[in-house]
Design a protein around this ligand. Sequence first.
Ligand code: SAH
Length: 358
Amino acid sequence: MAVNMLGMTENEVAGICGSLSITGFRIKQIYKWVSAGKDVPGMTNLPASVRASLTEAGYGVFLPKIEKKLVSSIDGTVKYLFSLSDGELIESVVMKYEHGNTICVSCQAGCRMGCRFCASTLNGKVRDLHYSEILGQVYAAEADTGEKISNIVMMGIGEPLDNYDNTVKFLHTVNSPDGLNIGFRHISLSTCGVVSGIDRLAEEDMPITLSISLHCIDNEKRKELMPVTKKWSVDELLAACKRYFDRTGRRISFEYTLIAGENDSVKQAAELAEGLKKHLGRMPIHVNLIPLNPVKERGLGTSAREDVKRFQDTLISHGINATVRRKLGPDINASCGQLRHSAKQENEENTEKKGDTP
Ligand code: SAH
């Protein structure tokens, strides 16, 4: 069986080498290649016999394979559809900013959180990604673009706190000075509100930025839009945010997707502002407004531009810092999970067609 060495520590690599009687300075050499994301055939300073021992025993450094790549001709945003070793499909997006390149990575194949507006969750969760598969997206994007990635957002397919151990292992590995060496302060993690995970994360001593996909502050309405609210109420979620801030001193950013007629009224904006202030006290609050990127199957529409502006102005008039997210790659417009979903449908249609032919 193939074993992916990507993301392994020097000790883990030494363990493998030991089992294959590879000794001495070769271990360090192999570890360096592994940390550089290079597969065994490319480990050019090793004798062919050492490379053969690794390969024969099934060890390699495997990156996700690019199935599709869309490049925005407007701002250079790149969207990848990757396949994993078992054929599962995931997405990553590389966004180019003045301060460097940011990648948005997926952490699960599909998602079981069931948010009503989101494409990632349409067919539920297939499986968690192993941390090497989350890490592999960053290496694969760097290899393909030839550019260094300096920032990471865990805002792709899946719920990071529903794949907690792989997420945390990924964060430590991507931060390792031997590997990609991306600082915690350059990493954001977004959650739909898995309270148990937020509390665990507060104890990890990792100064990453936490983003909460709030989208609604009224508990009953949020239950409709985001079923996770049935498990952890809005009150419990905001209390966890307060604990997180008190424990870590890290401010939290709130994401708010505006959906026409669902959560975009002036009254809802005022309730959001007052609710946040009531729960969070002196914690600095920032709300990031994201006009919905409509998903055909979901039947929900995006808020009109005037309504977005009105919502933002209302928040600001209540003393809440609010920005509207700039839309990147508008010509390759596809929200998280949409590429995977349409590729899966194409596959199914092809299989059906094949089945039809006598
Ligand atoms: N599960 C995590 C990570 C996904 S992040 C979370 O929920 O935070 C993806 C972000 O995009 C989330 O804020 C999600 O609610 C939002 N989102 C999903 N589908 C969207 C859509 N069609 N339009 C706009 N935002 C969307």
